[in-house]
Write a protein that binds this ligand. Structure first.
Ligand SMILES: CC(C)(COP(=O)(O)OP(=O)(O)OC[C@H]1O[C@@H](n2cnc3c(N)ncnc32)[C@H](O)[C@@H]1OP(=O)(O)O)[C@@H](O)C(=O)NCCC(=O)NCCS
Length: 155
């Protein structure tokens, strides 16, 4: 984080229709990630507006810059609607390893435990350690899940 001015991050619910979002989307695409492109397409088509029970989309702001995004959806790969899924997680490269990904995903976890029995994600291998540091368990042999957090009663 050296070189960045000392401005606190502010987490807010996000509508992915602003110039700041487009900038972050372009950055992610240039890095070879497509999660923010899919997020914008899903929002524009009305396919995924994060409006179903328990769902939310968060942005982390650094001043006027959008530095990170993370969404919580009802897991679309599972019947029943009682499992959540972390989706569209991306932190801008200069803001990585400063706790922002943790802040975003912990916000999603806190919300998810109120609505869902468990929280799933399919992470790329380079994000495995990140999820494991946050307490997710590695899942083997499932096509759409690499990591899961189970919410026990009272947890
Ligand atoms: C994965 C990603 C979201 C992590 O965000 P971040 O803001 O850098 O993560 P944090 O700084 O909050 O790190 C949280 C913990 O994970 C660890 N961690 C983060 N990235 C790591 C990495 N690449 N290798 C090893 N550990 C890592 C940190 O050391 C930290 O551990 P600690 O809090 O126990 O000390 C970010 O690198 C990213 O957006 N990558 C590109 C897109 C991507 O892979 N998205 C995930 C799709 S599911």
């Amino acid at each position: 984080m050296s070189g960045l001015p000392e401005v606190a991050y502010l987490l807010k619910r996000l509508r992915p229709t602003t110039l700041a979002f487009d900038r972050l989307k372009d950055e992610s695409r240039l890095e070879g990630y497509w999660m923010l492109v899919r997020l914008a397409d899903g929002w524009a088509s009305g396919r995924n507006s994060f409006r179903k029970r328990g769902e939310a989309l968060y942005g982390a702001w650094h001043g006027r810059e959008l530095a990170g995004v993370c969404g919580l959806n009802i897991d679309p790969y599972v019947e029943g609607g009682d499992q959540g899924r972390v989706r569209h997680l991306f932190v801008s490269a200069p803001h990585r390893r400063a706790g922002l990904g943790r802040m975003l995903v912990e916000t999603v976890i806190d919300r998810a435990r109120r609505y869902f029995t468990m929280l799933n994600t399919r992470a790329p291998p380079q994000a495995f350690v990140f999820y494991e540091r946050l307490g997710f368990q590695r899942v083997e042999g499932e096509e759409f899940v690499t990591h899961r957090m189970m919410f026990g009663k009272g947890s």
